[in-house]
Design a binder for this molecule. Structure first.
Ligand code: IMP
Length: 204
């Protein structure tokens, strides 16, 4: 049986402000306030696994052990069908430059690789989010949310973060970056994973 979360403050093991803001928005209706790992001065552990769940486990367990309370981590990214699932767990790495993370460069790379392959349209992709809730005693619970869609070029929209301006979720004709956060959270990979977390870990 799924272990329950009791408490009104939850440590979210991320330094990504985009993820943190969405998580705060998603969990507020359940009376849970989120605290980011960066706010507590926790270091970012190295993500050495080649799966979303492996990396999510590293982050959640490191944070739970550091503070002695349950911690929730999010490992997420985009898988592009015509690129055989790339960038996948390397979604953030594609944005790394000498000057820090540059998501316009990452989206441009995705577009160029699709062009090079003459990938047919629609260029289907999925955003994936794996959440791990870990307890200091080593127990954890895993929740996975997927949002199917396709990629567009040129990019569109100013809201959101990361690859949002390139991704149109199935059933919509606007990108994640053209939706307001409330609308994105209702249907996003993260929104779906949080819903599973809430269903599994809250209440009776
Ligand atoms: P990681 O989970 O920290 O390894 O990084 C995942 C990367 O995926 C982030 O840096 C973002 O670029 C991207 N990503 C995850 N979720 C979203 C989202 O909701 N919108 C846009 N990009 C996202």
């Amino acid at each position: 049986m799924t272990r329950k979360f009791t408490g009104d403050r939850l440590l979210v093991a991320t330094h990504n402000t985009g993820k943190l803001e969405e998580m705060a928005h998603l969990l507020r209706p359940f009376g849970v306030a989120v605290v980011g790992a960066g706010d507590l001065g926790l270091p970012e552990p190295e993500e050495t696994e080649d799966t979303f769940v492996g990396n999510a486990r590293i982050k959640a367990h490191a944070a739970a052990k550091a503070i002695g309370l349950p911690a929730l981590s999010d490992d997420s990214g985009i898988t592009i069908d015509a690129l055989n699932g790339a960038p996948g767990v390397y979604t953030a790495d594609w944005a790394e430059t000498d000057q820090g993370r540059d998501f316009l460069a990452a989206m441009t790379r995705a577009h160029h690789e699709l062009e090079k392959k003459k990938a047919p349209f629609p260029r289907t992709a999925q955003f994936r989010c794996t959440l791990v809730l870990a307890w200091p005693d080593g127990h954890d619970e895993v929740f996975e949310g997927v949002a199917p869609g396709h990629l567009v070029w040129p990019i569109r929209g100013k809201d959101g973060f990361g690859y949002d301006p390139m991704f149109v979720p199935s059933g919509y004709d606007v990108t994640y970056a053209e939706m307001d956060r409330w609308e994105k959270n209702k249907i996003s990979h993260r929104g779906r994973a949080v819903q599973m977390f809430v269903n599994g870990c809250f209440g009776g």
